[in-house]
Design a protein around this ligand. Structure first.
Ligand code: SF4
Length: 371
């Protein structure tokens, strides 16, 4: 198409019919300056027409795009309105004024946005964008745990389905997990909390608190791949680098790092300390996105890609906005219960900046729930 002079009633073209013409250049080439260190000049002509189409459609639809830290840099930096970790996205989704939310992230994040904003249209560019943690447990499993441990609160990681959130007592993220565990234990007057479904996050939290924890056998297929030997090899190859890990990694990996925290905490550390060289032990795109914000820092990228996050593409976002398709819905009864679990988390005092995990703590035994 020539010129791309669309208006509200113009038929938008198929994604593969968009072209990188002078009009597109004039509208979006200024964005390339921001991402030029992580997107090559050869890639930009492919991305630019889609970015242009998305930005214009977004305005036409009254939409906002929530982009998780694990999105590729052309999504995160060029079309995301709100960017960050899952806690930040959940909080912003609750306050969004726009009628349409596009979740550039995986399905449980879109469900969370819908639960917190039930009157809005929530779209996800690919319905198959799942998560190994969310797939590891069901609402029925949580009901069985509740029946077996009626006196213990159940904390669920937000990386779970609406069903799981509905039957848990409170949600947490990797950013506020320690705070949530301690707060719910105090509220219930107990010294033990059930934390599902990520066994590694549960073990890492247990090392930070006196509260005893029972957990579930779930894990993130991206972070569980990292080994202590990986960290030793990276340390030997890059002795001048700061190594940062995500608490979904096994505790033995976190023990060998210099810093551990949520994606938001990692980004904050790099911004505050401006290390000469940094290694982020997490999903691959995170390094690119933190690099854009910190051009003076050199990043070594031990890349583990999340196949679910990588299902979200500019083409998928464009088509979801163009056709208002892939709407995420949640049963209203389940949504009301899940909202209570999320709200219990959101009602806790907010930290000024995401807290980090102390990497020097001894490992603590964390049994699985017996159900
Ligand atoms: S990185 Fe891990 S926790 Fe995040 S969506 Fe992918 S599989 Fe799930």
């Amino acid at each position: 198409m020539d010129g791309m002079t669309f208006s509200a009633d113009t038929q938008w073209p198929q994604a593969d019919a968009l072209v990188y013409d002078d009009a597109v250049r004039a509208r979006v080439d200024h964005l390339y300056e921001r991402v030029k260190d992580v997107i090559t000049p050869m890639e930009w002509p492919k991305f630019a027409p889609l970015i242009d189409g998305i930005l214009r459609l977004k305005e036409q639809r009254g939409a906002t795009i929530l982009a998780h830290n694990y999105m590729t840099p052309e999504i995160f930096n060029c079309v995301g309105d709100i960017t960050g970790d899952s806690l930040k996205l959940a909080q912003v989704a609750a306050e969004a004024e726009e009628d349409v939310i596009v979740q550039a992230g995986v399905h449980f994040m879109a469900e969370t946005a819908k639960i917190l904003s039930p009157n809005k249209t929530v779209l996800i560019p690919d319905m198959e964008a799942g998560c190994s943690l969310a797939a590891s447990i069901t609402g029925e499993d949580v009901q069985r745990i509740k029946a077996a441990y009626p006196d213990l609160p159940i904390v669920t990681y937000v990386n779970t389905s609406a069903d799981v959130k509905a039957y848990a007592d409170i949600c947490c993220t990797s950013s506020n997990a320690v705070q949530v565990v301690e707060a719910v234990a105090a509220q219930w007057g107990v010294d033990t909390v059930i934390m599902i479904p990520d066994e590694y996050l549960a073990k890492n939290v247990a090392a930070q608190t006196d509260i005893k924890i029972l957990t579930w056998k779930g894990s993130c297929e991206v972070h569980e791949q990292f080994t202590p030997e990986d960290i030793e090899d990276l340390r030997a190859a890059h002795p001048d680098a700061v190594i940062l890990t995500h608490p979904e990694c096994p505790p033995e990996v976190m023990a060998k790092a210099d810093f551990a925290g949520s994606t938001g905490a990692m980004a904050g550390y790099v911004k505050d300390h401006s290390p000469k060289k940094a290694i982020l032990i997490t999903e691959c795109s995170m390094s690119d996105n933190v690099a854009v914000e910190n051009p003076g820092v050199q990043f070594v990228k031990p890349c583990n890609l999340c196949p679910h996050m990588k299902r979200i593409t500019l083409t998928g976002i464009y088509e979801a906005l163009r056709d208002l398709k892939h709407e995420v819905t949640v049963d209203p009864v389940i949504a009301a219960k899940a909202r209570a679990s999320l709200q219990a988390m959101l009602d806790l005092p907010k930290a000024d900046k995401p807290p980090h995990f102390d990497t020097g703590r001894d490992a603590v035994a964390v049994p699985y729930v017996a159900v």
